[in-house]
Write a protein that binds this ligand. Structure first.
Ligand SMILES: CC(C)(COP(=O)(O)OP(=O)(O)OC[C@H]1O[C@@H](n2cnc3c(N)ncnc32)[C@H](O)[C@@H]1OP(=O)(O)O)[C@@H](O)C(=O)NCCC(=O)NCCS
Length: 149
């Protein structure tokens, strides 16, 4: 799907039902709750971005800033919209919003999540070497990645 076919915009309260569906399809073992997303709406503000077309949400990303340190809290694309460039555009948009405010951005990713690691490397994130053993409910290790802004 060409990028012009959908828009990237700040998430709103009315999007949270669809964001929740994408979340549960993407992270069945550890989905954020509606309360978690409401909290992120407050703290991330315009760093909580959705890709949407005709009122239908295809994916979301949440970027927060603490001082000069940016963080990608989560990113997910609905299963039927994957591998069409939506995740990359969402992540680029989140990075753009953090740039200027932060000196770097970091994230944690499941060591076995090849799709996400491929996307992060493509957008110049690098492994720091820090691994959090057994971070995920399935026992998976979390790998820290970072990108200068
Ligand atoms: C990770 C995720 C957000 C990627 O979104 P997407 O819209 O499918 O990604 P894009 O289409 O923008 O692809 C970006 C790059 O990743 C690659 N990629 C996407 N899915 C892939 C897969 N399953 N395996 C390998 N590479 C993959 C694409 O080929 C592309 O790289 P390329 O241009 O070099 O070919 C999506 O797979 C997802 O929602 N997964 C479940 C949630 C998740 O794991 N989130 C990350 C938590 S840390």
């Amino acid at each position: 799907m060409p990028p012009s076919a959908y828009e990237l915009r700040a998430c709103e309260l009315r999007d949270l039902a669809q964001v929740g569906q994408i979340e549960r399809a993407s992270f069945p073992e550890r989905p954020y709750t509606r309360l978690d997303f409401a909290y992120f709406l407050l703290v991330a503000r315009d760093g909580f971005i959705v890709a949407s077309k005709d009122g239908s949400v295809m994916g979301y990303v949440i970027a927060t800033a603490r001082g000069r340190e940016g963080s990608i809290q989560s990113i997910a694309v609905s299963p039927e919209s994957r591998e069409k460039g939506v995740g990359e555009l969402l992540l680029r948009s989140a990075i753009d919003r953090l740039a200027g405010r932060c000196g770097r951005v970091h994230l944690l990713v499941d060591a076995g999540n090849e799709a996400a690691i491929h996307l992060y490397r493509k957008l110049s994130f690098e492994e720091t070497g820090k691994v959090v053993k057994g971070y995920y409910p399935n026992g998976g290790d979390a790998v820290e990645m970072v990108r200068k802004l």
